[in-house]
Structure formats: C-alpha cells, structure tokens
Design a protein around this ligand. Structure first.
Ligand code: FES
Length: 153
C-alpha cells in the first residue's frame, strides 16, 4: 500500500484552510501529489476543514481524475475493443500481465504500474494498441511488450 506523508497532506490542506468552495481543488492537489486520495487524508480534511466525510467521498468518486485506490506511477491501458481484439490484443494483455505479474485492474506491489483494460481508444487502424501515461504504442506484438515497459521507471 502506498505510503501517505501526512505532513504533506497537512501542508496541502493549509493552502486552503478558511476558504470556501476549495474542496475540489484541494482534492486535485492531493491526487497530483500522491496519485490517490487515502481514507486518512479524507479524515484529515473532514476534521480540519469541517466538511462531512460523505461530501468529500461524493466528490472524490464523481471526478474521474481522482482515485480512492492507490495507483501506480504509470498507467497502462490495453485496448480490447473489437478491432484490436481481432489483431491479437488478448495476447498483448496476457504478455503485459505475465511481465508485470498482475491481472488487469491491479497495481504492481512496487507501485510502478497500474494495468487497465479499455474498449477502443479511437485509433483502431493502429491496433493492437496500448497507451502508457497517455503515449500511444500501436501495431504492437507480444514480443514488443517488454521493451515498451522498460521505458518506464
Ligand atoms: S478497438 Fe482498439 S483502438 Fe479501436
């Protein structure tokens, strides 16, 4: 589980304390600092800003940019849309899972990668496609997977 430095959480809360209508920005700052928003951080915001936890959870679950689970430093999306499937995407996903020793939806124990499966990234002609941190890798084969993953520390 990713460690959260509560001093850093307090510092971020300190930027907004006493101000109104800042909860979304505060949560986005926490997300960008830690890559996720932990229950401890939510409890601290609730206590310091006098905002009910339920309201904080409501916002954190509504915005896709926020995560309530720890995510890796790099996000890999493997496309399993129809066009990519017929071009061998399931074998790409198998190879990524094998290489990282995790299943789709999970995060490596060293917090390096989170693996997600997606349906069509809108560039079917490039299939099979994987996207790492927003960078598209197209027409890939299982043997290319290792080289791609090695580019990300
Ligand atoms: S099906 Fe993979 S990009 Fe469209």
């Amino acid at each position: 589980m990713a460690e959260i430095d509560m001093r850093k959480v307090d510092e971020i809360i300190g930027r907004y304390k006493g101000e109104e209508g800042v909860l979304i920005q505060l949560l986005l700052d926490l997300q960008s600092e830690f890559n996720w928003i932990s229950p401890e951080a939510i409890a601290r915001i609730s206590e310091q800003m006098r905002i009910p936890k339920s309201q904080i959870y409501r916002i954190a679950t509504f915005y896709k940019a926020m995560s309530l689970k720890p995510v890796g430093r790099h996000i890999i999306q493997v496309c399993l849309g129809t066009a990519c499937q017929v071009r061998g995407a399931p074998k790409i996903l198998d190879r990524v899972e094998e290489n990282l020793k995790i299943k789709e939806g999970a995060t490596t124990s060293d917090m390096r990668f989170t693996l997600k499966r997606v349906n069509c990234l809108g560039c079917c002609a490039m299939g099979p496609v994987i996207v790492v941190d927003g960078t598209y890798h197209g027409k890939i084969t299982p043997s290319m997977v290792e080289d791609i993953l090695e580019q990300y520390e």
